[in-house]
Design a binder for this molecule. Structure first.
Ligand code: SAH
Length: 352
């Protein structure tokens, strides 16, 4: 994405809104000691992005770049994310009326995993029915795989496009004594290196939004699922279209395009589109829910961490892709607020 004045203005506006509405947990609760003002942040980071862009002008090749772009984006940014946020590269789940701490983001990310398991009706009380073999499609640095493996005593295999992530995920598994249970490799979710019917839990946590062919993505999830297996997809969607609508409004398309360019995402689909795809494969017990209200505190917290001294210095040392991703974060908040972006969970079961 070209670093545009719009992005810069969007950042300033949204960040001002976030701070003035006191939407964020107070700064003292965050694990960062000092922070910059948002305008200094935008000036400094934008200048660095422009300098990097001058040195490496973007290559525009619609067909070839997506996979490479995704791999490079995560190769470049995963270390910073881990350094500041830990090994889960997904939203936290923040119950709105909750008594839980809204500033404990790691707990919120674990809660996201637990809530997803509950929503999918995994029989948590009955050990005999726990999943034994899990595939983590779009695994990041393996946070979900290691957590699920430990929780269920299961084996897990994760796939990612990023060689840096796969290597780090394996290193973390080894350092936690899980090397015999959990492994990670570079592979494409649209052409998975697994034979049919192998896994009794098929897990995709915030990777579906990167998939350029949603039908192929879903059919691969269903193919590698064993009879009776549970499939869990947690992903970014656009709002469902109304009965008289054939597409999103032009401003909505434009808004999503900016996010796509920054985060290496292809065209989005709606939750209803996912449900139709699962129905077309005759999957059972299909359920979906909009979890957008439960993730609202997440992006403001990520922005707050980017405004911290540690966040800013890490960003400036990172590459252009990471910086552009950071500058696009307010667009996510705006998209949620305008009901354009939905944080969706969709689950189902493969027939026995
Ligand atoms: N599920 C992880 C990481 C989410 S980030 C977590 O919750 O921590 C998105 C992940 O999807 C990245 O690891 C990225 O490499 C992966 N991904 C995107 N497109 C992919 C594809 N076509 N095949 C495999 N992995 C993909």
């Amino acid at each position: 994405m070209a670093l545009s004045a719009t992005t810069t203005i969007a950042f300033k506006t949204v960040n001002t809104q976030i701070c003035s509405r006191n939407f964020l947990p107070p700064q003292r609760h965050l694990p960062f000691s000092s922070s910059l003002s948002s305008s200094s942040f935008v000036r400094t980071v934008s200048a660095r992005a422009m300098e990097l862009e001058r040195k490496n002008p973007p290559v525009i090749d619609e067909n070839g770049v997506l996979k490479k772009g995704i791999a490079e984006f995560y190769d470049e940014s995963s270390g910073i994310w881990e350094n500041i946020w830990g090994d889960h590269m997904h939203h936290g789940f923040y119950p709105p009326d909750s008594t839980v701490s809204l500033s404990d983001h790691r707990a919120a990310q674990i809660r996201m995993i637990e809530q997803a398991l509950r929503f999918a009706s995994i029989p948590l009380e009955d050990e005999r029915k726990w999943p034994k073999k899990i595939v983590d499609v779009g695994c990041g640095i393996g946070g979900s795989s290691r957590y699920l493996s430990q929780k269920f005593g299961a084996t897990a295999v994760g796939i990612t496009l990023s060689p840096v992530q796969a290597q780090r995920a394996n290193a973390l598994a080894a350092s936690q004594g899980l090397a015999n249970k959990v492994s990670f490799q570079v592979a494409d979710a649209l052409d998975q290196p697994f034979s049919d019917g192998q896994f009794d839990l098929v897990w995709s946590m915030e990777s579906g939004e990167h998939m350029p062919d949603k039908a192929k993505f879903v059919s691969e999830l269903a193919r590698v699922a064993a009879p009776g297996a549970t499939i869990i997809i947690v992903t970014w969607c656009h709002r469902d279209l109304g009965p008289d609508e054939e597409s999103l409004k032009p401003w909505e398309e434009k808004h999503l395009k900016k996010i796509c360019d920054a985060f290496y995402l292809p065209a989005w689909c709606s939750t209803a589109d996912y449900v139709k795809l699962l129905e077309s494969l005759s999957l059972q017990d299909i359920k979906s829910e909009d979890w957008s209200p439960y993730v609202a505190p997440f992006w403001p917290a990520v922005i707050r961490s980017a405004l911290s001294w540690k966040g800013l210095t890490s960003l400036l040392r990172s590459g252009l892709k990471t910086i552009k991703g950071a500058l696009a974060m307010p667009l996510m908040i705006e998209g949620f607020k305008k009901d354009l972006i939905k944080f969706a969970i969709i689950t189902c079961r493969k027939p026995e």
